[in-house]
Design a protein around this ligand. Sequence first.
Ligand code: NCD
Length: 310
Amino acid sequence: MGWTKKDLLGLEYLTPEEIELILDTAESFKEVSTREIKKVPALRGKTAVNLFYEPSTRTRVSFEVAAKRLSADVINIATETSSVRKGETLIDTGKNIQALKADIIIMRHNYSGAANMLARALDISVVNAGDGWHEHPTQALLDIFTLKEKLGKIKGLNVAIVGDIAHSRVARSNIWGLTKLGANVTLCAPEMLLPVGIELTGAKTSSNIDEVLKKADAVNVLRMQFERDEGTAFPEQLDYFKKFGITEERLAKAKKDIVVMHPGPINRGIEMSSEVADGKNSVILEQVTNGIAVRMAVLFLISQAREAKK
Ligand code: NCD
């Protein structure tokens, strides 16, 4: 089965087969970044536009590197210096980018659902690079790719996602992706940061970090999204670190080979200690490397599907 979708908006909308297809395609693209000349011609003559309404380092650069390694032309729009500042709507901005004959818009936006809305309004492809609290599909895909690379499979794995679940699009995309591929997901956080009804996704919840870590094959640690909180839900930072922070002492009681992940940016000393972030179980920088192959796969599959429809 091939890829037929115009857009990538979230893992909620993908079948397990479509997720596997992205992972397998990423596998074959990983090698490109190890070549002397890190480029293939797959997207030559295509234009990708990075439209980011929120701060980002990793994701924006990763998409740019991925598109360039596929030989696409890449335009970066910084919304602080664009007509968005003059009150242009998202749809108008999108339609203008489409009128410039771009092929793919890669968008990060602070509103949940913004990517879905833009995708409906445009004929060109939209890739969601994170929308509000909703989804961040390529982050979850690169997390899953890294896990599979480290542990050989996803089915049956116990994966803990720890931290600010309430505000996290990374958590939501990971829940969809991991459960679709047959992993057991446990969300661990203070109760205030566990959204009501989140168990309906098939994930379990717990506020006992030591119990959760004991069973986990992998732990994905999330950043406290202070910028998304209205000042009420968050525990004191030091208190959080004491009760939920991933430290060497805590890991000493977990499985010896537990895989430690973090989407970045890390708040060292809040959700995780520096020793753990830089320690032997951490795959945080491998996640960043894998992000390129995963994003190359997404851009490639989407672009191929568009060509096939022409
Ligand atoms: C995440 C994001 O922006 O959703 N970061 C990322 O894309 N690597 C997580 C975060 O900001 O904490």
